[in-house]
Design a protein around this ligand. Structure first.
Ligand SMILES: C[S@@+](CC[C@H](N)C(=O)[O-])C[C@H]1O[C@@H](n2cnc3c(N)ncnc32)[C@H](O)[C@@H]1O
Length: 281
């Protein structure tokens, strides 16, 4: 029996071409340039076996990022396992905003770090920053620490229920992409989300449970002039702005992602104490 070629493997996989290609190149440990030159070669038996197994898992819904173990974020490859959320392109807006607002030598903390994509990127882009990151999940922290070590970023990681392990510490910048999906949102039962940690996706409430906690605790941990930056759902911008007003923040604004959806809301504490009444309108 003749062996299929690499191109035939891709065609017959029943997968979207981009997914099939990523899986095949992962199995062969090759680049796309290699596939152009070798697509019509007979596939090696070990490549056929490994690709067939991964293609079957992909057809059953497993995310490509978990199958290959990495996902690119801000131009770098981050290791991912089913213990962490797969980094999203939308989150690059949070990082870009943080890079814009972080003053020289600032102290930054990322709340709910998952794979560590946010703090590792901040530290590599801005080595002058002192960067900390927390997560409740020890499994997630293990992945984040591996990413920091592999990519050479000096980040302090702590297990913490939001601010619990940060008593007495203050920062110039707090960033967070917390779980913000409402508990009954049908998206939780669709696509990649079925395979991601539920505790990274939903607050098991109205979607604002963690956002409220993070906003309520921020004042204690921000210096005067410090910023809080929050990623949230496309329909949560107004709620986040209202919560920041109530908590006495100023300079409140929401930024939109590439799909023109509200995605990141930010606010500043002080330098003068701003009364919530002063923020209306
Ligand atoms: C939406 S994921 C974000 C992961 C990563 N920052 C990213 O943007 O890809 C939310 C993260 O918050 C963590 N988390 C959930 N509840 C938490 C809590 N009470 N305290 C700290 N972290 C929490 C989850 O384990 C998860 O890693």
């Amino acid at each position: 029996m003749t062996q299929p070629t690499y191109q035939q493997l891709l065609r017959d996989s029943g997968l979207e071409r981009i997914d099939a290609q990523v899986l095949l190149l992962h199995v062969c440990q090759q680049s796309r340039a290699w596939l152009i030159g070798h697509g019509d070669d007979s596939a090696a038996p070990e490549h056929i076996a490994a690709f067939t197994e991964l293609a079957g898992r992909r057809r059953a819904g497993e995310p490509v990022a978990y199958l290959v173990g990495t996902r690119e974020f801000f131009g770098r490859d981050f290791q991912v396992t089913p213990a962490v959320l797969i980094p999203r392109p939308d989150t690059e807006l949070l990082v870009e905003t943080a890079l814009e607002l972080a003053g020289p030598g600032g102290r930054v903390v990322d709340l709910g770090t998952g794979s560590g994509c946010i703090p590792v990127t901040l530290k590599l882009e801005r080595p002058d920053l002192t960067v900390s990151a927390v997560d409740l999940s020890l499994e997630a922290l293990a992945v984040a620490r591996r990413n920091a070590a592999t990519l050479g970023a000096d980040v302090r990681f702590l297990q913490s229920d939001w601010y619990a392990a940060l008593t007495g510490e203050t920062f110039e910048l707090i960033v967070s992409n917390p779980p913000y999906i409402e508990q009954h949102d049908p998206h939780l039962a669709q696509g990649d989300l079925r395979f991601e940690p539920r505790s990274a996706l939903t607050d098991e409430g109205d979607g604002l449970v963690h956002l409220r906690r993070i906003i309520a605790g921020a004042r204690t941990h921000l210096v005067a002039g410090g910023w809080l930056l929050l990623e949230h759902g496309f329909d949560q911008g107004a709620a986040c702005r209202a919560l920041l007003h109530e908590a006495g923040f100023s300079q409140i604004a929401t930024r939109r992602d590439l799909g023109s959806n509200d995605r990141v809301t930010l606010g500043m504490i002080g330098p003068e104490l701003v009364h919530p009444e002063d923020c209306r309108g």
